[in-house]
Design a protein around this ligand. Sequence first.
Ligand code: NOJ
Ligand code: CA
Length: 667
Amino acid sequence: MLMAKLFQNFLHWLNGVKAPVTDAERIIASPDDTVKLKVTLRQGHISYSVTKGESTIIRDSKLGLKIKNLPPLADHLSIVRTTEKSVGETWETVWGEEHFITNNYNEVAYYLSETSKANRLFTLRFRVFNDGIAFRYELPPQPAFSRVEIEDELTEFNVDLNSDSWSIPSYQPDRYEYNYEKKPVYELEKAVHTPLTIILPNKYHIAIHEAALYNYGEMSLKLDEWKALKSDITPLSDGVKARTDLPFNTPWRFIMIAGSPIGLTKNRMMLNLNDPPTSDFSWVTPIKFLGIWWAMYVGEWTWASGPRHGATTEHAIEYIDACRRLGIQGLLIEGWNGGWDGDWLLNGKTTDFIHPMPDCDLPGIAEYAHQNEVEIIGHHETVGFVDNYESQLEASYKYYSDLGIRYIKPGYAGSMMFIQGKREYHHSQLGVLHYQKSLELAAKYHICLDVHEPIKGTGIERTFPNLLTREGARGQEYEGGALSPSHACILPFTRLLSGPMDYTPGIFDVTNTTKRLSSTLARQLAYYVTIPSGMQMAADRPRFYEEVNPGAYKFIHDVPVNWERSVPLMGAIGEYYVVAREERGGHNWFVGGVTNENSHKVRVALDFLEEGATYTAEIYRDSEIAHYRDNPLDIRIETTTVTKNNFLDIWMAPGGGFALSLKKNAQ
Ligand code: NOJ
Ligand code: CA
């Protein structure tokens, strides 16, 4: 029965086939005809290259898959047929940096078969956009095999080796939490994560990344023995890259192409390459939240039980009251659950995600939060012990859901995952499958996630908008010595190309001696605009907002988390970045700017504002003598009236930044 069905699929697949073609060349152009992808089939090998205008972006690069115990699916290929499609559409997001996104591309799918005896089939689907190219491998069900073990992916991205690149290393104990390094591509001998941002000698800026990562190991990139930049798929502990039944599609491999760094930040290919949601996600609400959190980092409270335990009923009630007074919608509570007490790693195997510690009356807290219209963000630190977590996954989501808790921050702080009794990389196929499972289950319980130590962003929040944010880079928890001001000026052009990030902004206690920040106070406000996130933390303790600096807090109160449109204004990787965003469903605009350890003066033209309207501008900027090292708290807050014909000259101190709120006046 099954074989008959497979055979039918096979026939359908071959439908319309004329004589197979063994040598061919074809150019697929973008809708505006500027990006051209050339597909070449020569002597049974398939490859691609890319140009933009007259400039080479990618030189001829191999494609193919290696299937375990079989010859590579890369030789003796012939084209059985091709199909074409053009798409031009605009779609509405549930939340995010843009309300509406345009998706415009030309697609050609190559249906390939082997001329050798094996006669296996696969499809290579290419899409060419005005600002990049994408492709993926598709394996249909077929008589020769119904299940595969992928041993390697042979995809190359042959860029000029003399290009510069910005990267973080793969296969490291702290996952994505590293400082970015600028290196020529010829030095990428060890694997690096994507998005990999590259500046070609011809000055085109590109970023190589993947979209819709499901059921497969994450793709890193590294130079192979022929000095070609090649995909490096995270292996499982036995070396296999992925095991799967057919049909199977790899994630999309894609290359964003822009004329400048700021151009890259406008690229929306990643979301366009993901599918729309299949059910209603209108229940998803982006929020700002306080946390029983930074007090632990600065040593006032502890995650563990004891006299300074943070997650007590008393502290939670105190913070819920603060949320109400400060106009913040949610409260994260970490360290509430039994078993995760003391040594994280040692506890990881047995952590209990359902029973609170004795001094934490979670049902009572949830009830109090509910009465005060404050959301609780539940917390699950798994330390990577996925087996233990999965044994309680549904019960723990149900527990939260029964208490009316609709947000969870899960964490995977270990250096490896423990899955199915084995030590696996976070980003292996099994890690990816766990991530997917938790997201689907969360959707079932109408729970939104803020995943720490996550799988990198590949745009799956389009399909699962309940994935409101993730960490997946060095965030402010690394302050106190391990963050330099340039980091936040690199993120917009690297990590943030893969989607929203929980950077935990809003630390006002900048000069704390345990966790001294490499930031001015004004810069802490800028992050709410420069680092978009569907869940945005006001990460400091409430007294710093209410008592120490209520004037600066006003910006955190006013800034939205959901945007109508985003207008990146200027930036240079590692140097500075300025972006303007319009509130979703409103008329107010917000601007954020950050600089590295050097001061930077910018002229912000307000021409994105509405014609004929006036706005009240609140400017939060560094004073003329501010400096992140010795004078970080010196902030100036000024109010003025502006129109779209004005510009503002703003000086950012070393390690500083600025925030602007532009509220439209009634006419
Ligand atoms: C690491 C996370 O990044 C951090 O936010 C969290 O507080 C700790 N793990 C504990 O779960
Ligand atoms: Ca982390």
